[in-house]
Design a protein around this ligand. Sequence first.
Ligand code: GZL
Length: 346
Amino acid sequence: MKTRAVIAAVLLLLVTLSVSCRSSVVEESITENSTEEELITVGFSQLGAESDWRSTNTESMLSALSKENGYNLIYKNGQQKQSNQITAIRMFIQQEVDYIVLAPATETGWDTVLNEAKEAGIPVILVDRRVDTTDKTLYSCWVGSDFELEGQKMATWIHDYTTMIGVAPEDIHIVNIQGSIGSTAQIGRSKGLSEAVKEYGWDLLDEVSGDFTETKGREVMADLLQKYDNINIVYCENDNEAIGAIDALEAAGKVVGPDINNGEIMVVSFDGINIKALEYAKIGKISCIAECNPLHGPRVQALIEAIEAGETPDKFNYVSETLFSSVSGITSIEVEGKTYTITPVE
Ligand code: GZL
């Protein structure tokens, strides 16, 4: 009997000590890092690091959601896999972050995990690409580009330019090196092109994903050159793909430029972040770049601060963007009654 009592007493002592240690550790962590408590803790699930646009976007987010600005940021790179992003969001929920910021790789498959965040009472802010869900209460707001408008602007520039140099619509033989299939950027930019193909009667030879990377852009372009001998316009859904495609075109002995009437192959692109792409635009190797602005950090910071102040931000917050080109003759374009001035590349 005595032995059992002793064991019970020892166990009780051990339990008491462990609880008091734990609470003293907890208190220390609160007192040690009392500023931690004042910081807004944000879990940021970035989709990957596939392009210059993405790296610039990540830098913008990290510098805005910094400790100096009052944030404790937990950053997770999803390596372009939705499963990694879902795991990260669940980790953020476990860590009881104050906000979740999600840059979704693709549009579908988010309802379950966003419902878990909603049930945990954690506001979700979407950045860059969109989430396709009927339940708009699963996120507080979104900030990013109008990708379909980007595609419409580029298609309008192609139409205006080819009309100006006298290329008949049926003589336009275009290939689309698409972005990551199912991403909002790819969906919008491809839609902008396909609607123009239908409206103007262009010959859309093929659409193949280059996954927004230079390597894949190069591979896809080389394959397309094997398949078709009449390509005269290459529509690349981001700069990194365009750089790879130009490598492949020049390796095949093609001349890249806007002079379609004299056998050049015209390349157009999206983003306007990659230095080399902007250099190419300056010399006309890339005839036109539709800007896609990656600097969402301050915009997300402003949305969080609005929510913190008890405001309800707009659900959808679009950034305004231009077209870059050094090709002469087209100074502005019009899409749905709105005029967009072309920004020369100097
Ligand atoms: C667009 C973004 C796209 C960029 C690509 O907002 O989602 O993903 O255009 C990037 O460069 O990889």
